[in-house]
Write a protein that binds this ligand. Structure first.
Ligand code: HEM
Length: 427
């Protein structure tokens, strides 16, 4: 039991009154305040309504997220368990998060261990020194593309580009195929009519990549998955390469963008040649506590009627993991204004069997840390081009990232070398 005020009677999965909307203006303007209010009112588990007033539970407590994500027997991952399917319209905006597909994401038990184990082993085989060297080149080439102008939007021109270029390298993707992949993944992760055709093109690209790796194996993720003792089928590998691609892109891009924002707006990270570089690791960690890329995650499904933190849950109820809320839980952060200082016990990568699989967080760290360091090195007088208060967060309940991050710096001329962004098309 937490120290916070509880509702007089336990909430029940069948009631929709008193549920708080997890969408709309109030949520988007100040989500942190809403999480805090929910925690005051309901403790670590709040009855909420998702878009279209579909009921769910938002787990806001650190201990409660730990409990839910540690017990995969009681709180499972297969979205077909959900008890609201009859109420969900065909154009429900959150369908991409819950629509079942045969990827690792929705498997459970031994099948999940087989699939996730192969992903983890394939990612573990990535040479971190090679990855770091490649990320330095990625950052350098992206910076070459805008360094002459003295201004850039570091979200669109930098942060959003980096992770996919790193993934393409880890996949041993032919250089000629990379620009189309980068473009199509970006379109497929957006909402809009082009998203599904773009997703299908990415799927085809993964199929072609796998066929290529069967002929010309390499020291890359698809080849490791093909040779893995899990005996994955081609369809399973394609599905899981798609999951890894999407899982890496947006969170890592927002981690990079939110870190640069913090370093440009917080005097503790003053970007001087003497002070900037040493603080990148600290800024990355603080962002995971305060502005974590995956704010809320769908989720887990109760496998039977049960109780959680004083609430009666029905079998098939959906639990949204409130990762950002858990990171601000006073039980683990009594003083939110204190820095994170080497404390990595946040919930930003989830937890338990279905958490972000080892070593994905380390891979993401190499990508983010290296590219931010190169940026600070190359553009030591980087400054925000607009007042900090006018930066706009994208209106999402799920991901925390900026619409844009306009900056200025002293322009430098870079001659167009083959294989640089100044001479695009070759990566
Ligand atoms: C190279 C970068 C990354 C890769 C390859 C990656 C990969 C994955 C994969 C494959 C899953 C699904 C795991 C499963 O269903 O068993 C996953 C889950 C997840 N990832 Fe990552 N990820 C990356 C970066 C990140 C970053 C930067 C964040 C946030 C800071 C993040 C947060 C999460 C979360 C919250 C989950 C769900 C955890 C849960 O359900 O408990 N990931 N990731």
């Amino acid at each position: 039991m937490t120290d916070f005020q509880r509702p007089a009677a336990p909430a029940d999965s069948s009631s929709t009154s008193d549920r708080v909307r997890l969408y709309g203006a109030q949520f988007l303007t100040d989500p942190a305040a809403l999480y805090s209010q929910l925690r005051q009112q309901f403790g670590g588990v709040a009855p909420v309504l998702l878009d279209g007033d579909i009921p769910a539970w938002l787990v806001t407590g650190y201990r409660e997220i730990h409990q839910v994500s540690s017990d995969s027997q009681l709180f499972a991952r297969d979205t077909r368990r959900w008890n609201q399917w009859d109420n969900v319209p065909g154009d429900w905006p959150l369908l991409p998060y819950v629509m079942h597909n045969p990827s690792v994401m929705f498997t459970e038990g031994n099948e999940h261990r087989r699939r996730a184990g192969a992903i983890g082993d394939a990612l573990s085989a990535v040479d971190q020194f090679d990855l770091r060297a490649h990320c330095e080149r990625i950052a350098d080439r992206l910076i070459d593309g805008f360094v002459g102008s003295g201004q850039a939007d570091l979200v669109a021109q930098f942060a959003m580009q980096v992770p996919l270029l790193a993934v393409a390298k880890m996949y041993g993707m032919p250089e000629a195929a990379t620009p189309a992949l980068v473009r199509d993944v970006a379109i497929s992760l957006d909402v809009g009519p082009d998203a599904i055709p773009a997703y299908l093109r990415v799927q085809e690209a993964m199929g072609r990549l796998l066929a290529l790796k069967r002929e010309l194996p390499g020291a890359d993720v698809p080849t490791h998955m093909m040779r893995h003792q899990a005996n994955l089928t081609d369809d399973e590998i394609v599905q899981d390469l798609l999951v890894v691609t999407a899982a890496a892109q947006q969170p890592t891009a927002n981690w990079i963008g939110n870190t640069i924002r913090l370093m440009l707006t917080d005097s503790r990270f003053a970007m001087t040649l003497s002070g900037g570089r040493g603080s990148v690791g600290q800024a990355l960690n603080e962002v995971l506590w305060h502005d974590t890329p995956t704010q809320n995650f769908i989720g887990r499904f109760a496998t039977r009627d049960t109780q959680l933190s004083g609430n009666r849950l029905r079998g098939g109820d959906l639990l949204v993991l409130g990762l950002a809320a858990a990171n601000a839980d006073p039980h683990v952060r009594p003083d939110l204004s204190a820095g994170a200082q080497g404390n990595h016990a946040h919930m930003s990568f989830g937890h338990g069997e279905h958490g972000c699989p080892y070593p994905a967080p380390e891979v993401a760290d190499v990508i983010a840390r290296t590219t931010v360091e190169v940026l600070l090195d190359r553009l030591p007088d980087l400054a925000l081009a607009v007042p900090a208060e006018s930066l706009v967060w994208r209106p999402s309940v799920w991901m925390r990232g900026l619409e844009s991050l306009p900056v200025t710096f002293t322009p430098t001329y870079v001659s167009a070398q083959p294989g640089t962004a100044a001479a695009p098309g070759i990566w």
